[in-house]
Design a protein around this ligand. Structure first.
Ligand SMILES: [Zn+2]
Length: 267
């Protein structure tokens, strides 16, 4: 039996699926629809972790409530935030946990997982290697594609409901988006909202990028009178099925939403 990989969140499950394609399908701890910033571990989820052969999670910067359980596990654990080559983005005092939205980080996490997979499952070592090569080529092509897609939009101001796009903005040289909430997804204070409304108005931001889980009515009320296009980006890949191309699909879908948002009324 090949080892079972279990990932804490969907994006890491999709990344793992690119590597285990043709061998196994990675499991997922977090129930679809739950907020990874405010996880509470249910008994069934704890069991999934304990029954895994290899665990992949972002680390305490995101799934803090998993830390205690993960520390007690005896199988190999890939902590993405500590994987060799992963670069973390700091905004103010907060470390942005959405590190999978940088393809360079995604490669580094995949490389760390590849090593463990090959150690644990020598029989499929060459398949894992071939999958890794394929993923690398996919991400190369995707980088070029996204660069092309967004390069004429680099000076466009944009706003996001949740600060999940920092890595993406840095990698593809976009303007840093204005965020209604920080990268830990805590609700913004009233003063912050007022300041944001003013900034959005004065910089003529035309579009707000949001996530499927967010309440559009609440956002519209918060933005009180500002005319903005609201575009949804599924940064958690909730709607994507694990498979060889799933991780690339996640990024392509995010890029397309960002393009839509940055294009705005200027097209
Ligand atoms: Zn988030």
């Amino acid at each position: 039996m090949p080892p079972t990989v279990v990932a804490s969140i969907r994006p890491l499950q999709l990344l793992a699926a690119a590597l285990t394609d043709g061998v196994s399908t990675p499991g997922l701890v977090m129930e679809p629809g739950s907020d990874p910033h405010h996880l509470s571990l249910r008994p069934s989820e704890r069991l999934k972790l304990q029954q895994a052969d290899i665990v992949v999670w972002v680390g305490p910067i995101l799934e803090q409530p998993l830390q205690k359980v993960i520390e007690q596990l005896h199988m190999p654990v890939i902590t993405a935030q500590q994987a060799p080559g992963v670069t973390l983005l700091h905004t103010g005092t907060v470390t942005d946990p959405h590190l999978w939205l940088d393809t360079r980080n995604a490669r580094s996490i995949a490389a760390a997982l590849l090593q463990v997979l090959q150690q644990r499952d020598a029989e499929h070592a060459s398949r894992y290697q071939a999958n890794m090569t394929r993923l690398g080529l996919q991400l190369d092509a995707l980088d070029a594609e996204i660069d092309q897609l967004l390069q004429s939009r680099r000076s466009q101001p944009w706003a996001v409901s949740h600060q999940a796009f920092g890595y993406f903005a840095v990698q593809y040289k976009l303007q840093p988006p204005f965020a209604l909430t920080d990268s830990s997804n805590s609700a913004p204070g009233l003063q912050h909202v007022r300041a944001l409304q003013q900034q959005i108005a004065s910089l003529q931001v035309k579009c707000l990028l949001t996530e499927p889980s967010e309440n559009h009515q609440q956002l519209a009320a918060m933005l009180d009178g500002l005319v903005l296009t609201i575009v949804t980006a599924d940064v958690l890949g909730t709607a994507i099925t694990p498979g060889a191309d799933a991780f690339a699909q996640l990024l392509r879908q995010v890029a397309s939403a960002v393009q839509h948002c940055l294009g705005g009324n200027n097209e």
